[in-house]
Ligand binder design. Sequence first.
Ligand SMILES: [Zn+2]
Length: 80
Amino acid sequence: MAKKCIICGDEADLSIKGSSENYCKECAEEHFADTNLLVKVEEEAKKIKDLVEHKAAQELGDEADAPVVPDESEEKPDSE
Ligand SMILES: [Zn+2]
């Protein structure tokens, strides 16, 4: 499941934001002066995991937040 550097085939630590291209640290530093463009593969995976967990939590929250049964203080129409 380890990602591979698209240049040397080594295990990749970094990937480009918004892309599926992965690089090992050495190649990344060689090809990108600014490694801020790159994100750590682990972090990206963690982000996705967090997102999924967050979403799941949100769904659970929605359920707990289900509409409450309204108070039965319905006013009776004044029928005369
Ligand atoms: Zn490499």
